[in-house]
Ligand binder design. Structure first.
Ligand SMILES: [Mg+2]
Length: 257
């Protein structure tokens, strides 16, 4: 199977963390090669749109992706250099679904606010004027907070979150990197069999579980849970970190397809 749609996480996958937050040459070569074969590429990130675009610019990639999937939810299509538009009605639809859930989950938010007020090392985060997530002082605290939020939300089964390092964004259980990738696959008419997804952290798990991409991979720096999932799915764990690992995974699946 050829790779026709590539979905890559951004931070910790395409680029490393400071001082490795730049595009390596092997990655540029792999992305250019895929484009030449007619494949399209989506950066699938937890960053909000403006922050994702800022990151793309700073990373000095060989070209822009055709799509950016932002906030673990929204799908944007590049119309021309530097100009992006919502692709289909997915963004509006999922926004409605999110707001409807958040209204219903008011008591979960109250409980989370109460928890945050009584513990050190947690900060609430707001997007578009509403409580959207939280940030912890370190990854260990995030493990504890994730367990606590799961318990607080037990009465509202659709209430979930996407977590990445020390960040957590509250979300509808059905809205994550995997469902937005599946929608992009539907919108582009590129079947799951021809999709390669690559990511390194917890918020990448929904796009690496086989439901939206038949080919899955992670770089060497991926967290343990991601590596275990990719192994279970028969995917590829690169011995190389970040961009080097992405280039390696593209080579791997190009060779076996
Ligand atoms: Mg990442």
């Amino acid at each position: 199977m050829p790779i026709r749609l590539l979905s890559t996480d951004f931070d910790g996958t395409l680029i490393g963390h400071h001082p490795d937050a730049h595009t390596v040459r092997s990655l540029s070569g792999a992305l250019t090669g895929l484009r030449r074969q007619g494949a399209v590429w989506a950066v699938n990130t937890g960053r909000q749109l403006w922050f994702a675009l800022e990151g793309l610019e700073q990373a000095a990639l060989p070209h822009d992706p055709e799509f950016v999937l932002t906030s673990e939810k929204d799908i944007y299509r590049r119309i021309e250099e530097g100009s992006w538009e919502a692709f289909g009605d997915w963004n509006a639809q999922t926004e409605r679904q999110t707001l409807e859930l958040f209204d219903r989950a008011a008591q979960v938010f109250t409980a989370i606010e109460k928890m945050v007020a009584t513990r050190d090392g947690i900060e609430l985060l707001y997007e578009n004027g509403r409580l959207a997530g939280l940030m912890t002082a370190d990854p260990g605290t995030m493990d504890q907070v994730a367990d606590a939020v799961r318990e607080l939300a037990v009465a509202v089964p659709e209430f979930s979150f996407n977590r990445n390092h020390v960040w957590m964004r509250f979300a509808h259980r059905a809205i994550h990197k995997g469902s937005s990738l599946a929608e992009l696959s539907r919108l582009t008419g590129i079947p799951r069999a021809d999709v390669l997804a690559i990511g390194d952290h917890h918020n990448d798990i929904p796009m690496l579980d086989g439901s939206s991409a038949a080919m899955v991979a992670c770089p060497a720096n991926a967290v343990r849970e991601v590596q275990e999932l990719v192994r279970r799915e028969g995917g590829y764990i690169s011995p190389h970190p970040w961009g080097e690992g992405v280039a390696d995974a593209i080579r791997h699946f190009s060779a076996v397809s």
